[in-house]
Design a protein around this ligand. Structure first.
Ligand SMILES: [Zn+2]
Length: 166
């Protein structure tokens, strides 16, 4: 139910209070997604309108809000009872999303590669021994690398949505 024309790949999301898990996975797939604990629907809709974000919700009541019926806010409805993987697949299918470069799952910040030498003593010794590429979140400074945890995330992402051709 897209009421605005979205440039391909430009989707930004505002997830409702129920969808913190999906927000993390949208970020892993490369999309800017906000989520706040306990966020009120009114605040959520206001934020979405101001920042041109698509509201992600399973609350059909939101579809009746004036800003939505008037087309000022776009809503992507997610059926209830889906696993987070299936929620992601649903949104990806509905909006034609492809996987992009991952963003930080914690905060949605962009990831920048950092020289391996710079993380000695910070990265766990095992990761430092096995992995050559490290990234740091430009927003929360979290250090990331392609360990078994990230490979598992990539496997689940690949099952949920296609990789971008670019
Ligand atoms: Zn971050």
């Amino acid at each position: 139910m897209l009421t605005h024309q979205e440039e391909h790949g430009a989707h930004r999301f505002a997830c409702d209070a129920m969808h913190g898990g999906l927000a993390r996975w949208l970020r892993a797939a490369g999309y800017d997604a906000t989520w706040s604990y306990g966020i009120d629907d009114g605040v959520l809709l206001q934020q979405a309108e101001q920042e041109s974000r698509i509201v992600v919700t399973s609350d059909s009541g939101i579809l009746l809000r004036r800003c939505v019926t008037q087309g000022r806010v776009t809503v992507q409805f997610v059926p209830r009872g889906l696993s987070v993987d299936h929620q992601l697949a649903h949104v990806a299918f509905e909006l034609g999303l492809t996987r992009r470069d991952p963003r930080c799952m914690k905060c949605g910040g962009a990831l920048c590669t950092v020289p391996k030498e710079s993380v000695v003593g910070e990265a766990p010794p095992k990761a430092y021994a096995w992995v050559d590429q490290f990234w740091r979140c430009s927003r929360c400074a979290a250090l990331l690398w392609r360990g078994t945890h990230w490979l598992e995330i990539e496997r689940r992402l690949a099952a949920a949505m296609p990789r971008s051709a670019t």
